[in-house]
Design a protein around this ligand. Structure first.
Ligand code: PLP
Length: 390
């Protein structure tokens, strides 16, 4: 073998079967080969286990899929390259021309975009309601044949809580599938409800360190099997190295989430007592209008705190810029704290009625709370509130 052949067929290293690595290796390989064409054919016909091409399956992804499915209390999981890819992929795989979707004003903006603009191009219609409007939810599900109800809880940014039992019961009765973007609440929440499909952006709490993107679709076996068939051809797969980083992040998921929730409650209590804060939105506060519902549905209350500043865009920007430990940046759920000032959340695509239902005003600030020392966070917020109003 010449050297230019040798570099393409390097020596193989066998790890003895009684000598295992504690951390599973990254299968950073696009292709997997069988010993002969017959076995390859058997795999392609679904007659044997194995791996062949990483757009279809990969051992590093499989380990993460099995972990996340079990944490969320469902049979199967499908990984994709980002959180928004889970939304687009699920809608594309489950809907056809002429179907109707129930979506919500309070949903993540790209979710609304997918429903209102992308799916609309393919003849899928929608109703856009407030997640709090129980009567309208019952009416739409009772009157219109609806393929999917696509919802979140807590919602972004003002942490409204969906009444999951109410929504899923009415959806089930009318043959509508429920799809819950469970990113804010996490894998350890809501698994006991009759939700058909859970979506997660793994970019947030799963990876936890803000250095990798991913998404998970979690559901019962036959739903995932149907989606996998379509998505293998659409190609939004996660890279094995990203899956490895997310798997590593999951080791500290519960520690981080617990600490972030404790910090979020302390921060929301501090803000509640501040003269320049008109209103605080955190489901863990007794003053939250749906605190009792959140307590019934969740094991904890999440790590996003929003509040209404006694001011507008100018004070909001000054406040955000004065913070030392909160960066002005997108996303949430990583170890570090983040702030979104009101001007970056102005919801320009809303009609006046939708804006009123969203509860987002010119003073709404969103905080994503990290794992920093809580006293540092409180002091930082106090000094920034002072500076916003000098
Ligand atoms: C509720 C929710 N769903 C989905 C996403 C999208 O996730 P990604 O950024 O991984 O595409 C986000 C991102 O902020 C989100 O907040």
């Amino acid at each position: 073998m010449k050297h230019n052949t040798f570099v393409n067929h390097p020596p193989e290293v066998e790890v003895p079967s009684d000598n295992r690595p504690l951390v599973a290796p990254i299968y950073q390989s696009v292709k997997f080969s069988f010993d002969d064409a017959g076995e390859t054919l058997r795999y392609l016909r679904g007659e044997r286990e194995g791996f062949y091409y990483s757009r279809t399956s990969n051992p590093t992804l499989r380990q993460l899929e099995l972990l996340l499915a079990q944490l969320q209390g469902r049979e199967e999981c499908l990984l994709v390259g980002s959180g928004v890819a889970t939304i687009a992929a699920t809608a594309l795989a489950l809907c056809k021309q002429g179907d109707h979707i129930l979506a919500f004003i309070e949903s993540y903006p790209p979710t609304r975009y997918i429903v209102q603009h992308v799916l609309a191009k393919y003849g899928v219609t929608h109703s856009l309601l407030s997640i709090e409007d129980r009567d309208a939810i019952e009416r739409v599900l009772g009157e219109r044949s609806t393929r999917l109800a696509l919802f979140e809880s807590p919602t972004n940014p003002v942490t409204k809580i969906a009444d999951i039992e109410h929504l899923t019961a009415h959806a089930r009765r009318s043959g509508c599938l429920t799809v819950m973007d469970n990113t804010f609440a996490g894998f350890h929440n809501h698994g006991g409800f009759d939700v058909d499909v859970f979506l997660h952006s793994l970019t947030k709490y799963a990876s936890g360190h803000g250095d990798v993107m991913g998404g998970a679709i979690i559901a019962r076996r036959e739903l995932i099997a149907g989606m996998r068939k379509d998505l293998v051809s659409l190609g939004p797969t996660l890279d094995p190295h990203a899956a490895f980083l997310i798997q590593r992040g999951m080791k500290t998921y519960f520690l981080r989430y617990e600490r972030q929730c404790a910090n979020a409650l302390a921060v929301s209590r501090f803000l509640q007592g501040h003269a320049r804060v008109k209103r605080v939105f955190y489901p863990g506060l007794e003053s939250h209008p749906q605190h009792a519902l959140a307590k019934r549905q969740m094991n904890d209350f999440g790590t996003v705190v929003s509040f209404e500043l006694d001011g507008g865009f100018e004070q909001g920007n000054r406040f955000a810029e004065a913070l030392r430990f909160f960066s002005i940046a997108a996303s949430l759920g990583s170890t570090e704290s983040l702030v979104t000032p009101p001007q970056l959340m102005s919801g320009q695509e809303y009609t006046p009625e939708q804006r009123a239902a969203s509860l987002i005003t010119r003073g709404t600030v969103r905080l994503s709370i990290g794992i920093e020392d809580v006293e540092d966070l409180r002091q930082d917020l106090a000094q920034a509130l002072d500076q916003a109003f000098v």
